[in-house]
Structure formats: structure tokens, C-alpha cells
Ligand binder design. Structure first.
Ligand SMILES: Nc1ncnc2c1ncn2[C@@H]1O[C@H](COP(=O)(O)OP(=O)(O)OP(=O)(O)O)[C@@H](O)[C@H]1O
Ligand SMILES: [Mg+2]
Length: 369
């Protein structure tokens, strides 16, 4: 098996470091503190949540709900119920009257999947009682005599629902009343999370501990990669590992994906040059994802993107050198275009510098300039 996962979580064996982040989360959870975990996309928030679940599985019943793509309170509730059904709560309460009553009372239509496990497709809500199903769900959980860790991933999605403020108020009061549940909210769109947790007039204002997730420390990642190759009795050149950490900006998903790619080679490249030849094909294979990009951007935005791809990290977009390579004359156009690229999440701030959010796009642009 390829030890470099590019989705999900299996066990600590495939998980690199995050020692202090794991300790922080576990200690907060054991002390009943609700948490908001935030950080750039693809840095490893969801994997960290599952790692924490793994460590706490004897103390807590862990429930995971990913609310990405939900657009209403009904869909939110459906994902939470599905989280409950696929957790150990279900294993314990499988055919209990309580659980069946819950599903009935929230008007859930249940289907059985290929794996033999049930899941909820739709929740038929009484229009006049929008929050009833959610209340029933929490009543059910609160009456179970167990400690629960409830993670709600992509939590910023609630900002996209109608009736957001009353909904946040309701959710906040349900979470406040749930003494046996610790909540772990997680997400990546920081401005939306800030609106939820850091705005004085909003229901969740300062109600959770904010934990920001950064990069994995370089040395730890280096050792992890080398050790995965060693365990599999496969050869790897240390300079290639160093090179991967460099070209990926240590952005977790990209480190994993490139390491996965390197591991999948039948004959190990003998050095960086040989690796680069293979890597070029790997990147160019992704052109389907990127070929339409110029149509989504203005000329200015696209030329800045290309300029940034060329230089990797960008300290000051207003420098004469950068203005020249991106072919932009005035610093006000530069300012405007940079802001809109940040807004579109095509570029990010990384240690006070700017770079492309998508590391593969950076390399793709570099190869196709
Ligand atoms: N500490 C780690 N060690 C090894 N692999 C990791 C680690 N953290 C995350 N990964 C891997 O990196 C990839 C991205 O992680 P994950 O999906 O958890 O990121 P995320 O921050 O939740 O992203 P998104 O914001 O897109 O949901 C996954 O393939 C995951 O398996
Ligand atoms: Mg995630």
C-alpha cells in the first residue's frame, strides 16, 4: 500500500507529527471546552480531527459531520443525524426504541446503503417549526448517558443559509445546553468563521477556543517521509525529499500527493533532475483542471498569477521587479487585482508573503508559460 494518503485518515502510522496540536485539542476537549479549528484548505484539519478521534475513542463517542455543500437547516440537520448514525452511538443504540423514535419524530426518510448501513436522505420538516428536528436530535443525544465529541466540519457553510441569525442563535443555545457534548467546529474560510465567532453581536461570539492550524514542521515532515520509504524497504534520495518539501511550500496535501507520486514510481529517480522530468508529466496531466482558468480572470489577474508562479513566493507585489514580470504599470491596479485574487482564494498569505493557493497550479503555470 502507498503510505502517503491523499485522502482521509487511517491510523497514526500514516499521520505525521501534529503532536502539539493534538495535545492542545485533547486537553481542551477533556476540559469540556468547545473548539474552533481553522486553517487554510488542505492543510490537514479533517485528518487532525480524525486523529484526535482515534486518540479519544475510549473516552468519548466521537461523531463527525461534514456540512460542506449544505444550504439549509434541513440539510444541516440531515448531516448531523447521518453523523450520529455512522458513529458508535448507533452501534450501541442500533435498534433501540429511542433511536427509532428520534428518526420518526424528525421525519427522516431512511435508506440502507450498499454497506448495509442506514442513512437519512431527507428530513421532512414542519415549516412552522424549523428547529424542531434539531431540538429532537440534541434531546436524544443529551439523554444518552455518554460523553460525546461532536465535530462539525466546514462549519462556515452555515453562513450561506437563509435565516442565518436565528439559526445561529438556536444552535448556540442547543450547544450551551448540551453538557455531555464537546463541540469541535472546523473550517477554512476565515472571514466567515470570524463573522461567526469573533463578532460581538453574533450568538457564537467568543464561545469557543480558537485554534489555528499551521504547517507541519519541516524537519518532522522530512523524517516522516524518509521513514515511510524505509518501512516499505524502498529507496529514496534525501535530496529529493528536501526538494519536495521546498516545491510544495510544506502545504500538507501537496507534500502528500507528491510523495505519493514518488512512492508510486517503479524505479526510484536517481536525483533531482530525473525527478523533475517525471514531475513535469505529473503536473501537465492536470491541465484539464486548469485550462479554463484564463477565462475566469481578468488579464491583470492572470498576469499576476503567472508572475507569482514564476517567482514562487512574493514578498512585495509592488516592487519594480514584480510589476515588470507581471506586466502591470500602476500600483493601484496591482492592489486591486491582488485583492481580488485573494478573495477568489487563488492566492494566499503564507508567512507574510504571497503565493498561489494551489501549488500544482503554480507549477503548471511555470511549465506552460
Ligand atoms: N499530519 C498528516 N500527516 C500525513 N498526512 C496528512 C496529515 N494531515 C493531513 N494529511 C493528508 O493531507 C490531505 C489533506 O488533509 P485534510 O483533508 O485533512 O485537509 P483539510 O484541511 O481538511 O482540507 P479542506 O479544507 O480541503 O477540507 C489528506 O490527504 C490527508 O490524508
Ligand atoms: Mg477538511
Amino acid at each position: 500500500m502507498n503510505p502517503f494518503l491523499i485522502k482521509g485518515y487511517i491510523s497514526p502510522q500514516y499521520f505525521c507529527n501534529r503532536l502539539s496540536e493534538t495535545d492542545t485539542l485533547i486537553s481542551a476537549i477533556r476540559n469540556n471546552q468547545d473548539i474552533t479549528l481553522f486553517g487554510h484548505r488542505r492543510l490537514g484539519k479533517s485528518a487532525l480531527i480524525h486523529h484526535v478521534f482515534h486518540k479519544l475513542q475510549k473516552e468519548f463517542v466521537c461523531i463527525y459531520a461534514d456540512i460542506w455543500g449544505t444550504s439549509s437547516i434541513e440539510e444541516f440537520t440531515r448531516e448531523l443525524v447521518n453523523g450520529v448514525i455512522s458513529s458508535k452511538v448507533f452501534a450501541r443504540q442500533r435498534f433501540s426504541e429511542k433511536l427509532i423514535n428520534l428518526l420518526k419524530s424528525i421525519g427522516a426518510s431512511v435508506s440502507i446503503g450498499m454497506d448495509g448501513l442506514p442513512s437519512v436522505d431527507v428530513i421532512y420538516n414542519d415549516r412552522n417549526q424549523k428547529f424542531k428536528s434539531l431540538e429532537e436530535l440534541f434531546k436524544f443525544l443529551n439523554h444518552l448517558d455518554i460523553s460525546i465529541l461532536f465535530a462539525i466540519d466546514e462549519f462556515q457553510e452555515i453562513k450561506k443559509y437563509d435565516n442565518q441569525i436565528p439559526f445561529e442563535g438556536k444552535l448556540r443555545s442547543l450547544t450551551q445546553q448540551s453538557n455531555n457534548i464537546v463541540f469541535l467546529f472546523s473550517g477554512s474560510e476565515q472571514h466567515l468563521l470570524n463573522e461567526i465567532f469573533n463578532e460581538y453581536k453574533m450568538p457564537f461570539y467568543q464561545s469557543t477556543r480558537m485554534v489555528s492550524l499551521g504547517k507541519i514542521e519541516r524537519n518532522a515532515y522530512y523524517k516522516f517521509i524518509i521513514s515511510q520509504f524505509k518501512k516499505a524497504e524502498r529507496e529514496v534520495k534525501p535530496e529529493i525529499v528536501d526538494h519536495i518539501l521546498e516545491i510544495s511550500h510544506l502545504h500538507t496535501y501537496y507534500v502528500q500527493a507528491i510523495s505519493n507520486f514518488l512512492f508510486s514510481q517503479e524505479t526510484a529517480p536517481s536525483g533531482i533532475n530525473e525527478f523533475n522530468v517525471l514531475f513535469r508529466d505529473f503536473i501537465l496531466e492536470k491541465s484539464v483542471f486548469y485550462s479554463e482558468l484564463p477565462e475566469r480572470l481578468t488579464k491583470h489577474q492572470f498576469s499576476i498569477l503567472k508572475g507569482m508562479a514564476k517567482s514562487g513566493m512574493m514578498e512585495n507585489p509592488n516592487s519594480a521587479h514584480f510589476m515588470e514580470i507581471s506586466n502591470i504599470r500602476s500600483s493601484s491596479s496591482m492592489h486591486r487585482a491582488v485583492n481580488s485574487l485573494l478573495e477568489k482564494q487563488l492566492i494566499i498569505k503564507d508567512n507574510d508573503k504571497l503565493r498561489l493557493y494551489d501549488v500544482f497550479l503554480e507549477h503548471y503555470l511555470r511549465y506552460t508559460l
